[in-house]
Write a protein that binds this ligand. Structure first.
Ligand code: G1P
Length: 305
């Protein structure tokens, strides 16, 4: 690697990422009425709620402390990761296995919540966690984005982070006509899965996007980003955008994108949700055969309209 290579390994090993912020205060209006009384992050893909997939991915990456930025009506998210004394006692009495509950166990003290009182944007939601994040690097997970890979998306990012430090986001390519729905990067030098980030734009107008590489809901950020969010500046859609705050870190700290090697499902949309359900069912040893047969039967009895 030449000295002019802009993707340089850090001389000092960066501080480990031990904390993750999960913005889960959203109202989930796209899934009404399903989300009237339960949080959208509790909608299950087969037998696990969306939030469980994100938490599993975080733990696989070595993250210990989970910070949920919640709001009114989101208590079920915390209950999900609490001990269910009556349920467990009853199951034990009936000699039922508690294995299915294993992923819901969190070491006492490792799940913290803060409230986002007013929906002022993703940047604002992350800023609400500033006191718990403190002076450490932290990860951010948008649970709507279901990332399936081996290793998982955040683990791939942590591995890259150990090499280059600074700020990292996961990116993936989408068709040109979809970029306006996302945060988009201006790409610089590239090496393997790593791309230098030279600019960031939130929801660019059609034809004005610097690339078709979009931010796909996973971040590793340095605590200095919180100081930028402190200014509460509004961006696209009149909201306090995380993308705008990150853009201000470019040039001050290393900033890279990691192209995720794996599958991404946009579970914030109904179509993405159905796709994820089918795709994950087809991956599962306990049901793949039956699901395939069922899908074939359904397709045969539903010719295209
Ligand atoms: C948010 C981010 C955007 C990112 C997207 C991924 O947008 O602001 O940069 O690309 O998540 O899903 P939202 O979906 O909240 O509008």
């Amino acid at each position: 690697m030449s000295a002019s290579d802009p993707i340089r390994p850090q001389a000092i090993r960066p501080k480990p990422v031990r904390k993750a912020v999960f913005p889960v205060a959203g109202l989930g209006t796209r899934f009404l009425p399903a989300t009237k009384a339960i949080p959208k992050e509790m909608l299950p893909i087969i037998d696990r709620p969306l939030i469980q997939y994100a938490v599993d991915e975080a733990r696989e990456a070595g993250i210990e402390q989970l910070i949920f930025v919640t709001g009114r009506g989101k208590v079920a998210l915390v209950e999900h990761f609490d001990m269910a004394y009556e349920l467990e006692t009853t199951m034990r009495e009936r000699d039922k296995s508690l294995d299915a509950l294993a992923p819901t166990r969190i070491q006492p003290g490792n799940l913290l919540t803060v409230r986002q009182q007013v929906p002022l944007g993703l940047g604002h939601a992350i800023w609400c966690a500033r006191a718990i994040v403190g002076e450490e690097p932290f990860a951010v997970f948008l649970p709507d984005e279901l990332m399936i890979g081996s290793p998982g998306c955040m683990k791939q990012m942590v591995e890259a982070y150990q090499e280059v430090g600074g700020n990292l986001i996961s990116v993936l390519e989408v068709p040109e006509d979809e970029v306006s729905s996302y945060g988009v990067i201006a790409p610089g030098a590239q090496r393997g899965a790593l791309t230098e980030v030279t600019g960031l734009v939130e929801k660019p107008a059609r034809g004005e996007a610097p690339s078709n590489l979009i931010i796909s809901g996973r971040y590793i950020l340095q605590p200095e980003g919180m100081a930028v969010l402190d200014r509460q500046e509004k961006g696209a859609g009149g909201e306090i955008q995380l993308t705008d705050a990150m853009a201000q870190m470019i040039g001050r700290q290393p900033f890279h994108a990691v192209t995720f090697a794996g599958k991404r499902y946009d579970c914030g949309s109904k179509l993405g949700f159905v796709e994820a359900t089918l795709a994950l069912a087809l991956e599962r040893e306990d049901m793949a055969g039956d699901v395939r047969a069922m899908a074939q039967r359904l397709l045969a009895s539903h010719p295209p309209r």
